[in-house]
Design a protein around this ligand. Structure first.
Ligand SMILES: NC(=O)c1ccc[n+]([C@@H]2O[C@H](COP(=O)([O-])OP(=O)(O)OC[C@H]3O[C@@H](n4cnc5c(N)ncnc54)[C@H](OP(=O)(O)O)[C@@H]3O)[C@@H](O)[C@H]2O)c1
Length: 244
């Protein structure tokens, strides 16, 4: 039986990914910074799929605890998926450095350091798949969310470098750009239906790309690749005049 480590068990996307793997017969290790909240996902996944599920406490901002967390798991997983992130408030981040730092660390530093440690363990074993959930927001900095976007850009670059380094050793690194997803993070936002996925759609896309496909970077809804290519091509003198 193969094992998945899902980091960010309380997230709607995380729950959907865990359900997808559990339904395919995998053992599930869930990590949450609040184990009591993570318990709901653990019970739900176990009840709905019958898969063996265990729950582990992890705050990805606890740098010193990351290696101990990985080494304390009941086993080294075959695949690790990190969905940890925080949208935060761009407006608040502009005047509150502590808030900006939390956004930067939660979307970049914590997930990157954790996946970096897992990468070394996978390299030593000679197998494994790492999946990082980044964002289209990292494809180009925009006035409305550049703190979050910059952190996701850093995370995407980290995953790209890790992939480049580990590919010859047969370790896969997958970057997932979900586009808009209807979750707690986007609650109350008006989202364009064509560009908005349901969590279950993201769960399926992650499982298929990580376990059945060969891709490196996926946009859950393909339309986003076109949208972000166009946005990336807009020359800076024009881009700075747009309200995005
Ligand atoms: N929803 C979208 O439209 C969208 C679009 C693009 C990308 N994404 C990305 O998809 C991922 C999942 O997002 P979501 O929509 O499911 O939102 P979410 O429910 O807010 O998920 C964020 C997850 O990160 C966890 N987390 C935050 N800080 C943490 C820390 N220091 N240590 C451990 N866990 C921590 C949260 O745990 P707590 O419950 O303890 O806070 C939660 O499980 C995020 O990386 C997000 O940036 C989402």
């Amino acid at each position: 039986m193969k094992t998945l480590l899902l980091v960010g068990a309380t997230s709607d996307i995380g729950r959907a990914v865990a359900l997808e793997y559990a339904g395919a017969g995998w053992r599930i290790l869930l990590a949450a910074r609040d184990p009591a909240a993570g318990r709901r996902t653990a019970d739900d996944v176990a009840t709905r799929t019958g898969a063996p599920v265990s729950l582990h406490a992890l705050d990805v901002l606890d740098d010193d605890g990351l290696a101990a967390f990985v080494d304390g798991l009941p086993e080294l997983p075959d695949t690790a998926v990190c969905v940890v992130g925080e949208l935060g408030s761009q407006e608040r981040a502009q005047t509150d450095p502590a808030h900006a730092r939390t956004i930067l660390r939660t979307n970049f530093e914590g997930p990157a350091l954790l996946l970096g440690i897992l990468a070394e363990r996978f390299l030593a074993r000679g197998s494994g798949t790492l999946v990082g959930v980044s964002s289209v927001a990292g494809d180009r900095g925009r006035g409305s969310n550049y703190v979050y976007g910059a952190a996701k850009a850093g995370f995407s670059a980290f995953l790209s470098g890790l992939r480049n380094r580990l590919a010859p050793a047969g370790i896969r690194v997958l970057t997932v750009k979900p586009g808009f997803v209807r979750t707690r993070m986007t609650e109350g936002m008006k989202l364009p239906p064509l560009l908005t996925a349901e969590p279950a759609e993201v769960g399926r896309a992650v499982y298929t790309a990580a376990e059945k496909g060969r891709g490196d970077v996926i946009y859950v809804r393909g339309l986003w690749r076109g949208v972000m290519t166009v946005i990336s091509l807009i020359p800076e003198p024009l881009f700075k005049r747009l309200k995005l």
